[in-house]
Design a protein around this ligand. Sequence first.
Ligand SMILES: [Zn+2]
Ligand SMILES: [Zn+2]
Length: 338
Amino acid sequence: MRGAVLYGAGDVRFEERPDPKIVEPTDAIIKISATCVCGSDLWSYRGVNPISEPTPFGHEYCGIVEEVGGAVKTVRPGQFVIGSFFASDNTCPHCLAGYQSSCQHRVLMGAAQWNMLRVPLADGTLVATPEVPSDDLVASLLTLSDVMGTGWFAADAANVKAGKTVAVVGDGAVGLLAVLSARQMGSERIIAMSRHPARQKLAREFGATDIVVERGDQGVARIKDLTKGIGADAVLECVGTEESMWQAIHASRPGGTMAYVGVPHGVSLDGQALFFSHVRLHGGPAPVRRYLPELIDLVWKRKIDPGKVFDLKLPLDQVAEGYRAMHERRAIKTLLRP
Ligand SMILES: [Zn+2]
Ligand SMILES: [Zn+2]
């Protein structure tokens, strides 16, 4: 198989390794149709999360099932499937409660920026599309593996509904798809925080009604201005820094909900400030497996087009440029095709 190996900060290489094999009877091997670079990959690429040895990379994937282990019942060769960045059994108490990314047997996926992938717990992890999709649907289906599912979780965790005012902190791919999710869930007023014209444009296409370019306290003040001094009912935090977390908490009205889906780095929140904010917090690694059937249906019926977040499409052997472009913020998100 061929794909991406991260050697250290700024050093991604395209390499060849032996093909993956069925290890457990619950495994499936899939032939990747498309994969992509995640904002969270950049933490390692930038050296913020150092790696100890050269590591095959990537965790967002979709493709055709090539082979399944003897215990796999619901997934069969030839199907087009999508799975979460956490494999899960989908049967334990946490899975049954809808938190498959906290599954008691979860496995964090790696080595998805490759042309072949071993998926553990295939029955619980993979969801097949009604048929093999036409090529123009593949990008949108791929987003369901993480980025769209994560934006959707942000909106769901913040209890977004018709009539609610939503603010989205972060204009990366997750933030933009959080806008799309809030729109799909019926919110008419969606304030996107972004200072990049190309991202503002996409936010508007996805349903943002207002754009706030200011950050920090000024950004909060703008959101208060736009909401008669009250604050937003739901704030979706899609960055993961201390500044963005506070911006989100302070932009929320008392009794509102702040959902955080950006992986926190260097964040510590003061208890007393949280106490007096009166804001409900919910977040974490998105249980995207919970949403796969519903989101596949929306993409399949062409009601949503989350694949628009891919503004750079490269063959997989140019994966190094895919990382570089996102690192330098020349690209929102890079799609890779083997
Ligand atoms: Zn990801
Ligand atoms: Zn489970």
